[in-house]
Design a protein around this ligand. Structure first.
Ligand SMILES: [Zn+2]
Length: 98
């Protein structure tokens, strides 16, 4: 998997109590010893102070591999690696505060 680019979809992860959830596909490991597989995950819809990004590509780096394999401990499965992404901002939600 190293140095392979995977197309995936992610959005900001700042969730709020009133956030509506939606389902999307992701490439994940479901356990330390599983292979990467396509699964359906729930994500929070864009809400206050969020930026939605239509991710076109994301990479899998050295750190992602170690986290996916739980080499640092504490990995929560399913694990969807890929924190280095390139995409287009598709929505900005900003609420002015007084
Ligand atoms: Zn990285």
């Amino acid at each position: 998997m190293r140095n392979r680019f995977l197309k995936c979809l992610i959005t900001s992860t700042h969730l709020h109590n009133k956030t509506k959830m939606y389902k999307t596909e992701a490439v994940a490991k479901t356990s330390k010893d599983s292979k990467f597989e396509k699964i359906t995950i729930e994500r929070g819809s864009t809400s206050e102070d969020d930026v939605e990004i239509d991710v076109k590509f994301c990479g899998i780096c050295h750190t992602d591999i170690h986290v996916a394999l739980n080499d640092f401990g504490g990995t929560i499965y399913p694990n969807v690696p890929g924190h280095e992404a390139a995409g287009v901002v598709s929505k900005v939600v900003w609420t002015s505060r007084s």
